[in-house]
Design a binder for this molecule. Structure first.
Ligand code: DQA
Length: 159
């Protein structure tokens, strides 16, 4: 199983930017913690950060046939990017959307996510722990997909 973690614009500034909202933790530390959980669960994990919409879209498209699921924080593109939403919808993989802050209790323009409706689910407001929750969620989804595949194989063998 392979998970690709996509971090959107300005998340490379974590630990520096608006610490009162995003806390002191750096992106490398978040990635390190996710890698530990992935290794414990025998999941192959890849990290990608970009400040550019097109690069994020290219990465999402590359996941088709390469990855089993995506964890994405589209950052500000969450609220603006129909193109990222369309890319997520196109690949038909389990995608978990993460926000460090609670986007529903900030400015009005942050409350709307264009991307969440095409994701399996959204985790928002738990700080960096949200990425850990996203790992748990994607592991659960993989377990469910595997159980369905096993059932289908058993049926094929019966027939
Ligand atoms: C964010 C929330 C967005 O509104 C903001 O533009 C970000 C970070 C979060 O993780 O809380 O850059 O996605």
């Amino acid at each position: 199983m392979k998970v690709v973690v996509i971090h959107g614009p300005n998340l490379n500034m974590l630990g520096i930017r608006e610490q009162n909202i995003y806390g002191p933790i750096k992106l490398e530390e978040i990635n390190k913690q996710m890698k530990t959980v992935a290794e414990q669960n025998k999941i192959d994990i890849e990290f990608f950060q970009s400040n550019l919409e097109g690069e994020i879209i290219d990465k999402i498209q590359e996941c088709l046939g390469e990855a089993d699921g995506i964890i994405i924080n589209p950052a500000a593109y969450t609220h603006t990017s129909i193109a990222i939403r369309d890319a997520i919808a196109a690949i038909q993989l389990p995608v978990i959307e993460v926000h460090i802050s609670n986007i529903h209790r900030r400015e009005d323009f942050r409350a709307k996510s264009l991307t969440a409706p095409v994701c399996s689910g959204q985790i928002s407001g738990f700080g960096p722990f949200g990425y850990h929750l996203a790992m748990m969620a994607i592991l659960q989804i993989f377990t469910e997909i595997q159980a369905i595949k096993n059932q289908q194989n058993a049926k094929v063998k019966q027939n």
